[in-house]
Design a protein around this ligand. Structure first.
Ligand code: PLP
Length: 452
């Protein structure tokens, strides 16, 4: 009886959230608009205040609105599922990092042309398993290896994307109801997939060197964790990189605690060093990478370098979760890695990221922007009296999508007063214009733009 009532109420709030989503979709509610206070919304719809709270939380979860209790909820710019252009073609997207260089489709098409013959096409039609093919494993091991670390081809598994590799490894390591340690600010997709897998996230404190090992030990002592997910290099969103000594310390601690860690290295190709965490603890670390940033989000394939002892459970999770790569995708990835197309594009993106970062540093000079010169994103602690949510809403009114710190924060209500700027998506001229507008916005008063 109880569960029936619960599911009816669930449907109620999801249905109402759908209605508001339609209003946003159709432009009746525009980026930057403030939604009614929850009590008024509840009265208008004839629903309980708690249901209104759930509706607003659902809109925030879907990336459609931004807000904190007591500070108002605003329509966001840039739907995550709408691609680089966001809801309106004119919107400048600094919310999602989609690095695609002008003209890069030409070498990609030339390289993959080899696939468009009967023999490789028949091979691509076969069902794919997590271990892919011996040739793909060899190529991938050489491709993701770097100074100080060379993975074994036998340890490589494939998925459709980096996100799927994370999902599969979390599913393999953490049972439903289990606990996954994550950096206190983390990649939002991990929060979403943990929710789907019934996994509880435990935030671990960070400092300028990334995750703090002593904080991990304390969290594990308090209530044991099943695994850890982290980004030791060019952390998204903070941009920090863990120094080698701390990597060694963390790897030793993982051994002592008998814990596995998932090292997300999707952005790590942008820096030469340090060697991955996996170099310090081959048997403790699952290294996850993908082609999404080096090549393009729509042409991604995911890679996991998995310790031998975990190969079977992770491969089983990839299969049962339906996270396997496609034959076509895997063959294309192999083409691009085999003839150097992927390496050349990665090199070009490193130069692109550095140029974008330089432009950002120059345009936002004097503001509290924290960034690694190699990264495709930066973290901006906003000047008083701006609040992240009102800044995001005001930026949306200027046609610029940025992401509030709350999107990355695991503990609700503890978001820093900051936004992340993703620098990769717009053309350089659009980026320059958007950064100038944001600098002007930060120096103006929130009241001028949003009213009360
Ligand atoms: C930290 C991090 N990991 C993984 C990914 C996703 O990789 P993929 O697009 O291959 O799923 C992203 C994409 O934005 C990311 O920011």
């Amino acid at each position: 009886m109880h569960s029936v009532q619960y599911s009816v109420r669930m449907q109620d709030y999801v249905g109402i959230a759908d209605q508001v989503a339609v209003e946003i979709e159709t432009g009746r509610l525009r980026p930057g608009d403030r939604l009614l206070p929850q009590r008024e919304f509840a009265a208008q719809r004839g629903i309980a205040a708690s249901t209104a709270g759930r509706v607003y939380a659902e809109l925030v979860r879907r990336g459609l609105a931004t807000g904190e209790v007591g500070r108002g909820t605003f329509v966001r710019a840039g739907r995550p599922d709408r691609g680089p252009a966001g809801p309106a073609e004119s919107m400048i997207n600094l919310a999602y990092n989609f690095p695609i260089l002008p003209g890069q489709q030409v070498p990609l098409a030339d390289s993959a042309a080899r696939m468009l013959r009967p023999e490789p096409m028949s091979a691509a039609m076969e069902p794919v398993i997590a271990t892919g093919s011996a040739a793909a494993r060899e190529l991938t091991a050489a491709f993701v290896g770097r100074a100080g670390w060379q993975p074994r081809p036998a340890d490589i598994l494939f998925t459709g994307s980096g996100r799927q590799a994370i999902a599969a490894t979390v599913a393999a390591l953490v049972p439903p109801g289990g606990r996954l340690g994550v950096e206190a600010l983390t990649y939002p997709v991990v929060q979403g997939l943990a929710g789907r897998l019934g996994v509880h996230l435990v935030p671990i404190a960070m400092d300028a060197g990334g995750l703090i090992p002593a904080a991990l030990a304390a969290a594990h002592r308090k209530s044991p964790l099943h695994a850890l997910y982290l980004q030791p290099t060019l952390h998204n969103p903070l941009g920090v990189t863990m120094p080698p000594q701390r990597r060694a310390e963390l790897a030793a601690l993982l051994d002592t605690l008998d814990l596995y860690a998932i090292e997300d290295a999707v952005y790590a190709f942008l820096r030469d060093e340090p060697a991955p965490l996996a170099a310090h603890g081959r048997d403790r670390i699952i290294f996850v990478d993908s082609l999404s940033k080096r090549i393009a989000p729509g042409l991604t394939t995911g890679f996991a370098v998995v310790p031998a002892g975990l190969a079977a459970p992770v491969a089983a999770a990839i299969a049962s979760g339906a996270w396997t790569a496609t034959g076509f995708g895997l063959q294309a990835a192999a083409c691009w890695m085999a003839d150097g197309t992927a390496q050349a594009l990665a090199e070009a993106k490193r130069a692109d990221a550095a140029a974008r970062q330089e432009l950002t540093g120059a345009t936002l000079a004097g503001l509290a922007v924290q960034a690694d010169p190699a990264a495709y994103h930066c973290w901006w602690e906003l000047p008083v009296p701006w609040r992240a949510d009102t800044f995001v809403a005001a930026a949306a009114r200027l046609g610029i999508a940025v992401t509030p710190a709350a999107a990355y924060t695991v503990s609700p209500g503890q978001a820093p007063n900051a936004v992340r700027l993703a620098l990769a998506s717009p053309p350089l001229a659009g980026l320059a214009a958007a950064l100038q507008s944001l600098a002007g916005l930060a120096r103006s008063s929130p009241d001028d733009l949003l009213g009360s």
